[in-house]
Design a protein. Sequence first.
Length: 379
Amino acid sequence: MKVAIVGAGGISHRHAEAYASTGRTELVGVSDIVFSQAEAVASKFGSTPYADLSELLAKADPDLVSVTTPPGSHAALALQILAAGKSVLLEKPPVLSLAEMDAVAEAERSSAGSVYVVFQHRHGSGGVRAADLLSRGVLGEPRVAVCETLWFRPRSYFDPEWRGTWVGEGGGPTLGHGIHQIDLLLHLLGPWQTINATAVRLDRPVEFEDVSMASVTFENGAVATVINSLLSPRELSRIRIDTTGGTLEVNHLYGYSDADWTFTPAPDATVAATLGLNPGVPRTEEPLVSDVWTASAGHDIPSNHEAQLGRLVDDLLTGRPHDTTLSSTRPTMEFVTALYASALTTTPIHRKDLTPTHPFYPTLNGGVPQPKITEAFSL
Ligand SMILES: NC(=O)c1ccc[n+]([C@@H]2O[C@H](COP(=O)([O-])OP(=O)(O)OC[C@H]3O[C@@H](n4cnc5c(N)ncnc54)[C@H](O)[C@@H]3O)[C@@H](O)[C@H]2O)c1
């Protein structure tokens, strides 16, 4: 399969390596608006540099193009690639608004190409097992969830011109960082219903938030809290789902392995009857039980670009549908949109209300003037 990359910065290396690791792709071109960047990545991975995406599309004739540019350019590049009849793999966040998402989706309908999105944490073996077991009800009914992206980015992280702005980066940790765990949470729990959120800018030199918090209800009756921060020195990414059958948890940072997942079955009736009777007395050690989570373990696949791009190449070559499509990531963009809308309007947002006439449909800041956003995100 002929693959290409547009945007030869940091993450483009992970794409080139992941494609190479499949042994079934040829990297036919790399383009970047800074030609020396394209040259550096092309020479490292044995490919051809292009200064211009149109020239790459015409001369190299790729089947699939990875878009690894800053988020503000994703939609326009996706439209260009689809117009050439080629498939696109968009880095996260796929686009900056629901309006952009729907414009790309419309172009996809009339193109020979398709649009896929990088959310690698759907593709590690732990995530695949969790999605499968939860969707079949094998782990019990989800009740309560916690989704945490507690990361640290210093002020210097925002030095590049595109960072820290609505136009270039598109949003803060809600859109750019927490979106990984948010996408996985929604992938595991299904459709969300309502969001109540707060966002604040406590320190970093950005137009948007550096911390956001949300409480969320889901169609299946579960509730969750979500926090996204760039001010947290001991970094972690965590999802915990309490079901009627036990507690499923993944605790990692930028990627998990099977060892980062645990499942703690709910106590049996005898143990449960003793809980809370002697406050302050630790719960006695329960015997190890063989549970359905442990029994489902297989080959350990870490949640990285190799996991997703390997599966994508496999799916495309064998004609199988690949599940991380543009449309399958719409609930995630809706969630991010609602979080900003709720934080800026101080009202709950219902997913069903995010129609094209909603003020936050065209842009994640809802067209609110910057001084008002600054005021709203100040304590
Ligand atoms: N999936 C992940 O874990 C992960 C991790 C890091 C970054 N990302 C995403 O990858 C994307 C790129 O991030 P990065 O850290 O590699 O950025 P970067 O700044 O290191 O690289 C971006 C590159 O794109 C080029 N560029 C900018 N606009 C362009 C355009 N219109 N056409 C062609 N080239 C253009 C720049 O010159 C630069 O070389 C972002 O969307 C980011 O969110 C994803």
